[in-house]
Design a protein around this ligand. Structure first.
Ligand code: BTN
Length: 279
């Protein structure tokens, strides 16, 4: 077992860098601020690593999707990867599916003894036995030179999950898995590199989405999606080539949903009704 955060051989060979932070409000904010500073210093992004990992011992003001907070628990993993992408790169939102596949690949081998199965909840949560085990936050900024800085934040409940949350949560320790965040981070660095190569600047999108689909939770089942100002219900048919959720609405209409908070009747409410979709 490693007692510190390090990158594995594939990530190192590929040129990824690692910045270790003892404490930070948010590794995502830190990564994005770093990108702006780096650009203003260099005036360009050439010469920067393919990606820079920021990993913190402690995160004090973690941020989640839709402006929510991500609550810290001692021993959990908070890490962000900063990528600088040329404006020509297609559909960078698919990176959140790349990230979900990578995180699932990293965690799965450690689950062996627990007998539990990981599932992916659209668009990019990890579920363990129906509880939220991890969340991913993708944030992007267009930089002065037209490039895009993308921060992919990974929050993984290793040793504990927050209490008093309105939806089911899970942690690895809660299922008897004693993996620590240092091993998990190293595994994530490696699996990120593999999954990012598969994406291949957008040319491998179909393969990325097909890997995601294989672990998807709730395909073919009833789903409710809360979007800005309205909620829709129906059957979760599939995801399309942009990663949008294809919904067969209760009125028979088919819609492609780009974002929203999803709830499934089986995960959120054992009585078969929809629970709160807040994630
Ligand atoms: C979600 O709402 O599910 C996404 C949660 C993402 C949390 C991670 S922890 C590391 C990174 N830094 C942040 O402030 N948020 C992300």
């Amino acid at each position: 077992m490693s007692a510190e955060f390090v990158l594995g051989p594939k990530a190192v060979r590929a040129g990824y860098e690692l910045r270790h932070l003892q404490s930070t409000p948010s590794t995502n904010s830190h990564a994005l601020e770093f990108s702006i500073e780096a650009l203003s210093r260099a005036g360009k992004h050439e010469g920067m690593a393919p990606g820079i990992w920021f990993v913190a011992d402690r995160q004090t003001m973690g941020r989640g999707r839709q402006g929510r907070r991500w609550i810290w628990h001692e021993g959990n993993l908070a890490a962000s990867l900063l990528l600088i992408l040329p404006s020509t790169v297609r559909a960078p939102q698919i990176l959140s599916f790349v990230a979900a596949n990578a995180l699932a690949d990293a965690v799965e081998p450690f689950l062996g003894g627990t007998g539990e199965e990981l599932r992916l909840k659209w668009p990019n949560d990890l579920l363990l036995s129906g509880g939220k085990l991890a969340g991913i936050l993708l944030e992007a900024r267009t930089m002065g030179n037209g490039c895009r800085a993308v921060a992919l934040g990974f929050g993984l409940n290793v040793k504990g999950a927050p209490e008093n949350i309105s939806y089911p949560v899970a942690s690895l320790a809660g299922f008897g898995c004693d993996a620590d965040r240092h091993c998990l981070f190293r595994a994530l660095g490696e699996s990120w590199h593999e999954n990012y190569c598969l994406w291949n600047d957008g040319h491998g999108t179909a393969r990325v989405l097909s890997r995601w689909r294989n672990r998807a939770h709730g395909l073919g089942g009833a789903v409710r999606i809360e979007g800005p100002g309205k909620a829709v219900e129906g059957i979760f048919l599939d995801i399309d080539g942009d990663g949008h959720l294809i919904l067969l609405q209760n009125d028979g209409q088919r819609t492609h949903v780009a974002s929203g908070d999803v709830s499934f009747s089986d995960v959120d409410r054992p009585d078969g009704r929809f629970g709160k979709g807040e994630r």
